[in-house]
Design a protein around this ligand. Structure first.
Ligand code: SF4
Ligand code: SF4
Ligand code: SF4
Length: 102
């Protein structure tokens, strides 16, 4: 799962600007710029980027928080980290971005 690196190695490794750092943590993706090279997945220190084997598109967490309610053991939480701007505002109304990303 994405740990919202700052700076994000995945975004730094992306040669096209498809992945960019999100204000408040994590990254966002412009699917149209992706050349499916896999460099982002190779750069992620926690294996949080999945390269789908057929289309070879990267899939990654976009910090929507929807998984939190589904974990039966309460292992997940969305929280603000002191000193880091909240990513929630950046995610507000981002369903369109979710669709764009995948
Ligand atoms: S996908 Fe990986 S490298 Fe990119 S911000 Fe998340 S944890 Fe860090
Ligand atoms: S697979 Fe796409 S998002 Fe990942 S590094 Fe390559 S161009 Fe960037
Ligand atoms: S549900 Fe949202 S926050 Fe949870 S792993 Fe998937 S993209 Fe990330």
């Amino acid at each position: 799962m994405c740990v919202a690196c700052d700076p994000a190695p995945c975004a730094r490794a992306c040669p096209t600007g498809s992945l960019t750092q999100r204000a408040g943590g994590g990254v966002k993706m412009d699917r149209d710029l992706c050349i499916r090279c896999g460099k982002c997945a190779a750069a992620c220190p926690v294996d949080a980027i999945y390269m789908e084997p057929e289309q070879k598109y990267p899939y990654l967490c976009i910090h929507c928080g929807r998984c939190v309610a589904f974990c039966p053991h309460g292992c997940l939480a969305m929280m603000d980290v002191p000193g880091v701007a909240s990513g929630k505002a950046d995610m507000a109304g981002n369903d369109e971005e979710v669709q764009d990303a995948y």
